[in-house]
Design a protein around this ligand. Sequence first.
Ligand SMILES: NC(=O)C1=CN([C@@H]2O[C@H](COP(=O)(O)OP(=O)(O)OC[C@H]3O[C@@H](n4cnc5c(N)ncnc54)[C@H](OP(=O)(O)O)[C@@H]3O)[C@@H](O)[C@H]2O)C=CC1
Ligand SMILES: O=C(O)C1=N[C@H](C(=O)O)C[C@H](O)C1
Length: 264
Amino acid sequence: MKVRLAVNGAAGRMGQRIIALAHQESDMQVVAAIDAPTSPALGRDAGEIAGIGTIGVPITSELPLSVHPDCVIDFSTPAGTKSILAVCVARQIPLIIATTGHSAEQKAEIEAAAHQTAILFSPNMSLVVNLLFKLTRITAEVLRGKGFDVEIVERHHRFKKDAPSGTALRFAEIIREVQGGRFIYGREGLTGERSAEEIGIHAIRGGDNVGEHTIIFTTLGETLELVHKGHSRDSYARGALLAAKYLANRPAGRYTMDDVLGLS
Ligand SMILES: NC(=O)C1=CN([C@@H]2O[C@H](COP(=O)(O)OP(=O)(O)OC[C@H]3O[C@@H](n4cnc5c(N)ncnc54)[C@H](OP(=O)(O)O)[C@@H]3O)[C@@H](O)[C@H]2O)C=CC1
Ligand SMILES: O=C(O)C1=N[C@H](C(=O)O)C[C@H](O)C1
């Protein structure tokens, strides 16, 4: 049985890679491709937009009622997540939310929706970034109370709409869960000396960088840096496809990339 996949944000950078890589999988079939109601890609074939030739799936502004996917992957915008979340809840379709930049209120809505359908919500679908979440937690536990300052630096392409990245925020949350502290977004002016509880978060934007994150643990005399550098969006896309195979036909509930990757 093939996993029937719908993609939200299908004409975007990630949506195109999802469609291209899913098309290569013998056990997957792209059955729907959704994008913004204002998208110039509406009505065009999703495979052509993704650069792989026609696949017989037009880009639409909504999930057609006649199409029944086993799973939806969302790489869009917070507004795009809101629309597809309502559809997936109403139609009981498992949903992978890879979009970032949601408000606290929207994150709460996503968590609540997991009571009604299967939801996997992760700011990063890469295997090794998810491993780095674990390594960061271990490092924070070992260095807790030993006088280390923690700062997080992320770099992304000039087109990215949200800052800091969802992944940087997740790293910061992990530090705060282990050590306590408060987030400081960049610094400017007469800030005074750094206080021990600060967790600095810094966003660099430029060029075509597909994503880099550095978690800096620094003290008087030495520094430890944990670094991930993405080279291609395909690392995120492959993780999302693995997640779709895992989530298809699961009952309602909140699932994580740790479940998918066996990192729990
Ligand atoms: N979790 C992860 O591993 C990763 C997450 N991301 C996140 O995924 C998201 C998308 O990234 P990226 O592909 O680079 O961005 P793009 O801007 O290239 O793609 C987003 C797509 O969503 C479309 N869109 C906008 N509004 C809606 C809507 N209401 N319904 C459906 N589609 C809509 C956009 O259309 P239009 O351009 O016409 O507005 C665009 O085609 C971002 O939030 C990014 O941070 C990215 C990479 C990895
Ligand atoms: O917009 C991107 O490109 C990325 N966004 C995600 C994030 O905000 O964490 C993940 C990855 O870094 C690429």
